[in-house]
Design a protein around this ligand. Sequence first.
Ligand SMILES: Cc1ncc(COP(=O)(O)O)c(C=O)c1O
Length: 404
Amino acid sequence: MTSLAPAPAPSTTSPRTLPSAPGLAINGGTPVLPSPVAFMHTGLTEADIAAATSVLKSGMLRAAKKCEELEVRFAALSGAKHFMTCANGTCALQLAYEPLFAPGDDVLVPAWSYIATVSMVVARGGNPVFVDALEDTMQIDVADAQRKITPRTTAIAATHLYGCPVDVAAVQALAHKHRLKVVYDAAQAHLSTYDGKGIGAYGDAVTYSFYATKNLGTGEGGAISCNDDALARQIKLLRSHGETDKYLHEQVGYNYRMNDIAGAIGCSKLDRLPAETAARQRIAARYDALLAPIDGLKAPTTTPRATSVYHLYVVKMDLSRFACTRDQFCAALNKEGVPTAVHYPRSLTRQPAFARFADAQGHPPIADALSARIFALPMHHMLTDDQLAKIGEALNKVATAYRA
Ligand SMILES: Cc1ncc(COP(=O)(O)O)c(C=O)c1O
């Protein structure tokens, strides 16, 4: 068995000796926010509950009218011709990958993403080839992808991470030049755009997650969009046991269907998604302004020609500007009433699950270093101006106390 590769450089992860900083809440001082703000919010309203209840009362629990309505409306909003709901975002990736590449193919994947983007490549029998992230946007580095293409490469899976589209023009150009299939993982990027169009307009397929905490969350749920009729048919067959007529199965498939309770919640939430997305974008702009004067904390950068929907607002630290590690910084911030999270504590090449691929490839350096430097601030449409001002105050307080 291959052993887990070593963790990132100890100098950035081992706790450092901290300045005394008696004013910090972690040292007994008064917290900036006496009760912590919520990190995220599922935003379920009475209308969503009524929509779900109405399906329950109807007795039609399987995928039916509500899933169909969600498919039609989401297709229009995302710029895609076909939109197919399914059980979750992981199934969505499986349904997209299976028709687009074969077992044994090399598939370019981001080293910096959620595990499912890559684990479903492996589940399909593909060989993941890990591509580094860009330092500024943290999205897949298409120049690095280009360097890693071989005659065995047939596809690229690119995640619109944190809600920010990747450099779609560069991905599409690379794919065109090398005849690669393209799957965009938009689990975190509902309603984001590139060049003024919904992200559903690009690539061979785009996948979504409707997991509870996503920008549109139905509990569990997912979807695949595409613009090719034959591919849409293929995905629908795979989604439901290859069934073309009652108990007539044209091919082997799965049961990866969504259900109408989730569909109803999705439709109800979709009514508010554009306004909630705009709120996230306003909050992100406020965070950008709050972070600008703080030396060593860097706001996320958006890919040129793209709009981000800020599923997460991820800050990068320049650790040389602080006397603490990221974890020590976050621990102090948490005690001030500002919860944080780390997406992700290790790059995918550091996951034991991928050791058999990653050990031979090494660790793309930017993705590898990000795991010790980044943290996410609270992000949801219900954050108030007052809360944001207090979060800014807390960031300044900790940054000043732990200044190198
Ligand atoms: C980028 C990305 N891809 C795929 C998934 C998988 O989605 P699900 O949890 O709905 O299976 C997630 C969920 O967190 C994700 O963030």
